[in-house]
Design a protein around this ligand. Structure first.
Ligand code: ZN
Ligand code: ZN
Length: 444
């Protein structure tokens, strides 16, 4: 019997080599690929019996690689997904995308060998579901690798201003106890010169929409909306963003593809007849969904992203322009705190710090106290201590605590802010620290 062929797709070189050595030694014929696109290309020529695929890779993520491998119809192919993310939602989505098994990193040589032997020895999966039939994505483009997106910007205007319209995480929390810090869910306006960026479309975007209508009057609004992930608290305000209903306006909505469907289909879904009276296609503005496969240049701003540790596909953003940088790292749980301090988990945590390094404004989620975290471990969020430690390591200049828990009152937020400032003072750092408040802005 010929040796079974295994293809390892992982952007982490150390893990790629580790898997390769572990399996070559067992007589498998092993090939490697460093990202999703290279992996698909290699799979077409190499025709592996088993693909070992990472989830969070630049370009195409692992969910999409699985779907595409299954769509190609290679019925005998076994797929093993590996990831440092261990959320139930990810395991479930990976299996829906076509994975036969899921292994949480770090794994041992023996563990990998046993899992591969088990999969190769199993009968071929019968009638593995192919990806969902693709209804046409008429508003979608895919881009990355430094692509330039034209944007009208006045070259004389070089200020960068951040304004918070929604500061809350998980659920809106209006009422007398959240008046000062705000009750709307995630929405941040960033002006790069006169260019409009919006990060996330939580319920805060409704008020932003009204303010923009007032500011622009009869003039067209052009905006670039970045979506960290598509959980409710980050997209729920989108259908209530009035500028979308006006024909002269133009919006690009950027994120990575969802775990099981396109970005456009996620937004179309929340506006389906069961949930909302107006379908996505009836929005009059010129709207494009841009699925990112790398950094993009939007007018004077370079926009990069980084995968975060949160159930499903979630990313943080960094906007750099005119020598100033704003980073947005929301909905993220420390890999090491959740899964143990292994070398790979530490490396993944350091990557998040590196992504935020030297940012002038670092908008960082801090949802829980250390006590609360004991009960909320595995929910994909950080503590105040995590946010402070990460910001100190990243040598950021101004930490803005964000994604406030819906149960945290204004008085509690004041205390948490004092607590964070005290920790920073004790660390001997000059890091500024504030907690995001609705309608409050910071200029660079
Ligand atoms: Zn959230
Ligand atoms: Zn979330």
């Amino acid at each position: 019997m010929p040796s079974a062929k295994v293809l390892v797709i992982d952007d982490d070189e150390l893990l790629r080599e580790f898997a390769c050595e572990a399996l070559s030694g067992q007589g498998y014929v092993v090939e490697k690929a460093e990202d999703g696109r290279a992996g698909l290309k290699k799979a077409a020529s190499f025709e592996p019996d088993l693909v070992i695929c990472d989830l969070m890779m630049p370009g195409l993520h692992g969910f999409e690689v699985c779907q595409r491998l299954r769509d190609k119809g290679s019925a005998d192919l076994r797929i093993l997904v590996t990831s440092s993310k261990s959320f139930e939602a990810d395991i479930c989505e990976a299996k829906k995308a076509g994975a036969d098994a899921f292994m949480v990193k770090p794994y041992t040589i023996a563990g990998l060998q046993a899992q591969v032997a088990d999969l190769i020895g199993r009968p071929a999966p019968s009638g593995k579901a192919k990806g969902e039939s693709d209804e046409k994505d008429t508003m979608t483009v895919r881009t990355g690798g430094g692509a330039c997106i034209p944007a009208h910007a006045d070259p004389k205007k070089t200020a960068v201003t951040v304004r918070f319209w929604g500061t809350r995480g998980s659920s809106p929390a209006p009422g007398p106890n959240t008046v000062r810090y705000g009750g709307n869910t995630a929405c941040v306006e960033i002006r790069v010169g006169d260019l409009l960026f919006i990060i996330d479309c939580g319920t805060g975007i409704r008020e932003l929409g009204l303010a923009l209508m007032k500011e622009y009057g009869d003039k067209p609004i052009e905006g670039h909306i970045l979506i960290g992930h598509t959980h409710w608290d980050h997209i729920q305000g989108f259908p209530f963003f009035t500028p979308l209903y006006i024909k002269r306006n133009k919006f690009n909505v950027y994120s990575v593809r969802g775990s099981s469907k396109s970005l456009e289909r996620v937004f179309r879904g929340q506006m389906a007849a069961d949930y909302f009276p107006v379908p996505l296609n009836n929005l009059a503005a010129d709207i494009h969904f841009v699925e990112l496969e790398g950094a993009v240049q939007i007018g004077p701003a370079t926009v990069t992203y980084h995968y975060l540790n949160h159930p499903g596909v979630a990313i943080g953003f960094k906007i750099s322009a005119f020598g100033k940088t704003v980073a947005y790292v929301s909905d993220h749980e420390s890999f090491s705190r959740l899964n143990g301090e292994s070398a790979i988990n530490k490396r993944q945590d350091e990557d998040v710090v590196d992504f935020s390094r030297d940012s002038d404004i670092l908008i960082m989620e801090a949802q829980y106290t250390e006590d609360e975290y004991k009960y909320k471990k595995g929910w994909g969020h950080s503590t105040f201590d995590d946010a402070v430690a990460r910001s100190l390591s990243a040598k950021a200049k101004h930490l803005v605590l964000f994604h406030h828990d819906p149960t945290h009152t204004d008085e509690m937020m004041d205390e948490f802010l004092d607590y964070c400032r005290e920790r920073i003072r004790k660390a001997g750092s000059g890091l500024l620290c504030s907690a995001a408040r609705e309608r409050v802005s910071i200029s660079l």
